[in-house]
Design a protein around this ligand. Sequence first.
Ligand SMILES: [Zn+2]
Length: 512
Amino acid sequence: MTVARTHAVALLGLTGSIVEVEADLSAQLPGFSIIGLPDAALGEARERVRAAAVNAGCPLPQRKLTVNLSPAALPKHGSGFDLAIAVACLAAAGEVSVESVARVVHLGELGLDGRLRPIDGILPAVLAAVRAGHRTVMVPRANADEAGLVPDVTIIGVVSLLDAAIHHGGRFDAREVDAVASVRTEHQGMAEASGDLADVAGNADAIDALLAAAAGGHHLSMIGPPGAGKTMLASRLPGILPDLDADAALEVSCLRSLSGQQVGSGLSFRPPFEAPHHTATAAAMVGGGSRLIRPGAAARASHGVLFLDEAPEFPAAVLDVLRQPLESGTISIHRANAVASFPARFQLVIAANPCPCGLDGTAECTCPPNTRRRYLARISGPLLDRIDLQLKVPRLSAAHLRGASDRPGMTSAEARAKVAEARATAAERLRGTPWRTNAQMPGPWLRGAGRLHPGGHATAALDRSLERGGITMRGYDRVLKTAWTLADLAGAARPDAGHIGNALFFRQGFGR
Ligand SMILES: [Zn+2]
């Protein structure tokens, strides 16, 4: 009796766990059983591995093979275990080196022709292997570049099971075959998010709001007629956010990897931009899938911007699922035997027309005020409560645009430098707290232990408004947070009455 062991990785959300794959060859009647996989996948893996081995040119022995994947209680989805199962069997049969196989983590799906097929989630899987102390990982050739983004690991990219067997000392004749190519999609979003802030002409208030959103990490809403440039404004936000740090960049790439999107051969340090259409389902927003659980738009927007254009057109159920990530920065997806978690800490930008008729709510639109109110009320109070900056974006007149085109606008690079400076000021002030940006400060802390209430004359008008019921306590806190960001951008030590006045101006959009 020979037992051979190797390792693979099971992914649940972005979390990878090492799976031990053991193969046992005994002298009983020929058979092939796999234990430790969910029922449906079990039968498929068995047939795929057996056929792949024959067609690759390194068939499994006609004796009794038993493969065990442990720990058994760990949910194992997807087809990335094929390669580990096949090489463990070949090692148990004495066709390849037991020692060589034991030293390597194997990831990859087998096609019936014996070639390896690239799998989604290779980046988080390799990362998990390295974090568990492994130093060599074998992957399908088409996944090798992506796997190589993980530092301190040797990646072996192979074309077929035969290739893998020869690497592990199998005495087979090599065959020339083409690697299975990756069919991944280019990730959407970057194209729209690549324009420069300088292209935005004439709307100084909107540019100020965008700078404040970037500097303070504030969520932003924009109400304005079609053609006011809301989409253009939203798409410029990622470009004025600071570069991601190494951990965040790796996380963004891991989320892309798991979504089946192109990761490329280098990490991207720019914040992502996700703009799901209003026909998107709740599953498309949070993620899901029957086997490998994939992140949705909200998770893919992590460390970047989630933009909902025509937000009132989204079904209430889809908007509702954003409440968990807005509160906790994570998304949980529940399955029968497991919970997958994804990071989902994004900046939310929502845009809305003032009226469902699509006209600008003034000249042409003759809809009753009730229609317009009901339309905007589709954005629920709990969601709006988290949006510090609520902006009205007017349609700009031709004269306005002509005037603006004479003056060169602020470029994204200039804005990014201002934002970085303001963020550094806020981070310095918040040192020793769990918060890094003004938007993260809880109101009671800001007014209490944080001693960040500007006090005195600065808030006199705001205090009166609170007493009269013109503003809620939550609204009051949002104004204070925004005022701190405006002060940081202006290089002021504390917000003054002017900053608070401007902050109040930035909450007129929804009037709530
Ligand atoms: Zn209307």
